[in-house]
Design a protein around this ligand. Structure first.
Ligand code: IPE
Ligand code: IPE
Ligand code: MG
Length: 245
């Protein structure tokens, strides 16, 4: 059972395995992506009901642009459909939609409805749904470093002002709570350029389930596992227990 206290504030999911789900059924890869979109709907709803503060979904990486053109096109169409079809549910449930990643690379037919919903949902405060689109962790760190370098050259800061805290403020995730839990589906045990900085002390949870088979029940299992772990942040177990008293 998920305990209502001790919930992770911010959960991020690497939604992997759509292609393999389809292949196992003799279907084209896009059918896996389509089914995967249903999992997204279920998981967003469950996260909101549980009371998570933020949910980040890795929907499309910077590297995914190099996939076959037809697959990229289909993924963009699914993304547009998601934004258009979920608009009412997002607004009704007071979810704030944000994105991380290079939005300028998205085609206009996605960007327009997406940016409209980002604007319209900006004041919603029950949960933040963050879509990682055209996102790469390294790209994001490099962009932050570049902005700080520019600020230093412009004389706005001095290099010794830069520390982990001020650096984090330059990242696109600055509007999200600290990352507590990263889930990856499909049996792969790697980060694939996701939230590299932010995952510093996140708990990692890898499961074999393919993303189209993921449901709210799988999310609950991941959160239960999270709740059973001791997060030490470099301290000893005794220190951690004393602090909890
Ligand atoms: C995840 O599923 C979706 C995206 C990366 C866009 P995949 O398409 O990577 O599925 P597999 O890994 O090939 O099974
Ligand atoms: C990571 O999955 C990206 C998304 C889930 C959007 P990939 O399928 O692209 O990652 P690799 O290629 O297995 O590392
Ligand atoms: Mg994959």
């Amino acid at each position: 059972m998920v305990q209502p206290h001790n919930l992770p504030r911010h959960v991020a999911i690497i939604m992997d395995g759509n292609g393999r789900w389809a292949k196992r059924r003799g279907l084209p890869r896009i059918e896996g992506h389509r089914k995967g979109a249903d999992s997204v709907r279920d998981v967003v709803r469950a996260s909101r009901e549980l009371g998570l503060k933020a949910l980040t979904l890795y929907a499309f990486s910077s590297q995914n642009w190099d996939r076959p053109m037809e697959e990229v096109r289909s993924l963009m169409e699914l993304l547009r459909d998601y934004v258009v079809e979920e608009r009412a549910e997002i607004m009704d449930n007071e979810i704030r939609l944000v994105t991380i990643g290079d939005r300028s690379r998205l085609p206009e037919f996605v960007r327009d409805p997406l940016e409209e919903l980002i604007r319209d949902s900006a004041e919603n405060s029950q949960m933040t749904l963050c879509l990682a689109l055209s996102y790469g962790g390294r790209e994001s760190i490099v962009a932050a470093a570049r902005r700080l370098a520019e600020a230093a050259v412009a004389g706005e800061i001095i290099p010794s002002d830069i520390d982990a805290q001020s650096f984090a403020q330059e990242l696109s995730t600055r509007m999200l709570p600290e990352l507590d839990l990263v889930i990856r589906t499909s049996g792969e045990q790697r980060i694939s350029n996701f939230l590299l900085w932010e995952a510093a002390y996140a708990e990692l949870y890898f499961i074999d389930t393919l993303w189209p088979d993921f449901s709210r029940t799988t999310l609950y299992q991941a959160i239960e596992a999270f709740q059973g772990r001791e997060r030490r942040f470099g301290l000893t177990s005794e220190q951690v227990r004393l602090r909890r008293l």
